[in-house]
Design a binder for this molecule. Structure first.
Ligand code: FAD
Length: 420
């Protein structure tokens, strides 16, 4: 029997433009595709909630349900487990006598630790797959990546012309395997999703959403609408699919440029939208450069001024009972939908960290639980920025929340919707 390759799906839940999966297939060996719900995601933290909340779990489950169908159509079967990730991979590796594990590379602290532990015991092959400008394409080393966003953007902007994609995956060579009882017991059966959250998971839903945003002139009007707090297409709302990799950012980058060439898209809107995608790249490089420091209360600036572990203030903020109407409305939206606009995220993170002076890491942990589009790099990078512990050059930047509410919710309808 030919020794198979394990394909470990992480935040790359798609069968198109997936370099790591394609490289695995190119080995010519049978592939055993696997996804693992890390048991750590469901452990309660000291604040009383797990890192993965119900909305993200449902979105991920829907995504996997669809991926499993697509993999079945490609002639294989996706095994879904729940448990200790490395333990499951190592057991599977030895039970099926695998020759290697292929996966998409991640750049955050815990993920790198897990990769390094695996590397000591198995042949682990990692490839970039979720970035426009992966480290191997840059003219500088990640450790020397610019601290400030504008310098980073200026350095990578030209590379945007070279963004390309891998070919689609039609067939995945498979192999019949039998699992021992211990692994069988860790298998998770995915049930048909009932679509009761704001976004439907999966590759197809991502495409459908992209085309409806384009058809609604979302890209064209992005510059003027992107700071809104509510509405269907004020910003792309593509983040949930980008975050778990069911939408490829390279596919997105190419599509918007093709669309802009064929239609007269507002240039400022196109540029601003591309800049947002570059923010996403930037925070990956900040994580590569500073690693674990992004999880320290002092952040990247080693600031000494106070941050308090005030649980009462934090809980009021978390459930939207601070008494500050715009903050409460936004936090209730997050609590009940798993989404919040970018402007909203800026205001509530500022309020927690700079007005209530509560430990910003707690706020980031709550976002991690609630946001359907949670990405470790974006979340911790943005939280550090907004709390003055990150890469904002104006560490003492302040918002006047009354003025912000008047500007971005002029008729009060957003506050009315969530506070009544
Ligand atoms: C405190 C705070 C926490 C955040 N946490 C996350 C998070 O966990 N996951 C996440 O994807 N975004 C996060 N963001 C960034 C941003 O708010 C969301 O990406 C955006 O609101 C998602 O909506 P959209 O897809 O309509 O974005 P669009 O405005 O349509 O932007 C397109 C894409 O660009 C990327 N992007 C946009 N803004 C940013 C940004 N500031 N930083 C990095 N990437 C960006 C996202 O992938 C987004 O989908 C956070 C922002 C703040 C202030």
């Amino acid at each position: 029997m030919q020794s198979p390759v394990i394909y470990w799906f992480r935040n790359d839940l798609r069968l198109y433009d997936n370099p790591a999966l394609l490289r695995a297939i190119e080995t010519g060996k049978p592939i055993v595709p696997v996804f693992i719900f890390d048991e750590k995601w469901f452990d309660e933290n000291p604040l009383g909630f797990p890192s993965m909340g119900d909305f993200r779990k449902q979105f991920l489950t829907e995504t996997l349900f669809q991926l499993q169908k697509k993999i079945a159509n490609a002639g294989s079967h996706l095994l879904v487990f729940t448990g200790n990730v490395n333990e499951i991979l190592l057991k599977l590796y030895s039970q099926i006598n695998a020759s290697a594990i292929y996966a998409t590379k991640e750049y955050a602290h815990d993920e790198i630790l897990a990769e390094n532990m695996l590397k000591k015991k198995v042949s682990l092959k990692l490839f970039s797959g979720n970035m426009l400008f992966p480290p191997e394409s840059l003219p500088f080393l990640p450790e020397t990546s610019p601290f400030y966003y504008t310098r980073f953007k200026n350095k990578v902007w030209e590379l945007g012309q070279g963004v390309s994609q891998e070919k689609n995956i039609i067939r995945i060579p498979s192999i019949k395997i039998s699992l021992n009882e211990d692994l069988e017991n860790m298998l998770t059966v995915l049930s048909e999703p009932d679509n009761n959250i704001r976004f439907a998971g999966g590759e197809d839903a991502a495409m459908e959403h992209y085309y409806s945003w384009i058809a609604a002139e979302g890209l064209n009007r992005y510059q003027e609408t992107r700071n809104q707090l509510q509405g269907n297409h004020f910003s792309s709302h593509l983040a949930p699919w980008i975050a778990n990799g069911s939408l490829s950012v390279r596919w997105l980058w190419q599509r918007i440029h093709e669309y802009a060439q064929e239609h007269s898209v507002n240039e400022e809107s196109l540029v601003t939208f591309c800049e947002q995608l570059i923010w996403r790249e930037y925070y990956r490089y900040i994580m590569m450069r500073y690693g674990n420091k992004l999880f320290w209360v002092k952040g990247l600036r080693q600031s000494e001024h106070g941050m308090y572990d005030d649980l009462e203030a934090f809980n009021d903020w978390r459930i939207g009972t601070t008494g500050q109407p715009i903050v409460d409305a936004l936090m209730r939206e997050l609590l009940h939908t798993g989404f919040m606009s970018n402007r909203g995220r800026m205001l509530v993170s500022y309020y927690l960290a700079k007005e209530l002076k509560v430990n910003w890491q707690w706020g980031a942990a709550w976002f991690e639980n609630r946001l359907i589009d949670y990405e470790v790099y974006n979340n911790y990078g943005n939280w550090a920025y907004q709390s003055g512990r990150g890469t904002d050059s104006r560490v003492n930047r302040r918002f006047n929340l009354t003025k912000q509410a008047e500007k971005f919710d002029p008729d009060g309808s957003f506050r009315k919707k969530w506070l009544e």
